[in-house]
Ligand binder design. Structure first.
Ligand SMILES: C[S@@+](CC[C@H](N)C(=O)[O-])C[C@H]1O[C@@H](n2cnc3c(N)ncnc32)[C@H](O)[C@@H]1O
Length: 209
């Protein structure tokens, strides 16, 4: 598995786990300045654990969609360059502001990821990566709407939650439909289910086409 520079496997009380260097955010253990990145708490952490080649690299410019209170995007900002964190629910954004206070490269945006025109004046284009975890209906549409921010060979790294699209259908069928829609604007490079960390979630790595 290739990890981005700035993400390492470190030992925590005899356990090997992913880690980034930074201030702790969610009560995670810290050893020698390295924060344990809990895959149970983070779809991107689980995606790295699943061994997907995300193409993410240290210093990348990242647009993170569905930042919530900053659990995962804090790890991203620890290894990435400018990291724009979009979240439309005001409450988690309050916590996200605290997370960003000690991370000068993290920019929280209280915005709706379905309306990229509302943050296009703030977010640079030609970014290296979009990381998406919006858990809402229309996850492929969100990915397509934000594709304009990516450089031509950039990476989309997303977690698709089946139940957010349709609670009644088989997750595998839901994933097929989401991937089909995603392929209207992206070439899908790799996918993997995120069990045992997250049930009925599919990790997707894609690049614009
Ligand atoms: C599963 S949570 C994200 C957890 C977070 N990625 C983490 O690992 O720390 C999904 C988040 O997406 C947000 N969300 C859903 N639809 C959104 C939209 N259209 N625009 C912005 N945020 C959205 C929700 O408010 C929620 O906070």
């Amino acid at each position: 598995m290739s990890l981005p520079d700035g993400v390492e496997r470190r030992e925590f009380e005899g356990d090997e786990a992913l880690a980034t260097r930074g201030e702790p955010v969610y009560g995670e253990p810290v050893v020698d300045g390295w924060r344990r990145w809990e895959p149970h708490r983070s779809k991107l952490g689980a995606t790295l654990e699943a061994g997907l080649d995300t193409g993410l690299a240290g210093g990348d410019g990242v647009l993170y969609l569905g930042a919530a209170n900053g659990t995962t995007v804090s790890h991203v900002a620890d290894f990435a360059g400018p990291t724009y964190a979009v979240e439309f629910a005001p409450r988690p954004v309050r916590d996200l502001l605290d997370v960003a206070e000690v991370r000068p490269n993290l920019f929280p945006l209280l915005k709706d990821a379905r309306k990229p025109e509302t943050y296009a004046h703030v977010v640079e284009s030609g970014l290296d990566a979009i990381v998406q975890d919006v858990a809402t209906r229309g996850q492929a549409d969100v990915a397509l709407a934000n594709r304009e921010f990516l450089r031509g060979d950039g990476r989309f790294v997303g977690a698709i939650k089946a139940r957010s699209e349709d609670v009644t259908r088989e997750p595998a069928a839901v994933f097929e439909d989401v991937l089909e829609r995603l392929r209207e604007g992206y070439e899908v490079l790799e996918t993997a289910r995120l069990e045992p960390y997250h049930d009925d979630h599919l990790a997707v790595v894609a690049t614009p086409k």
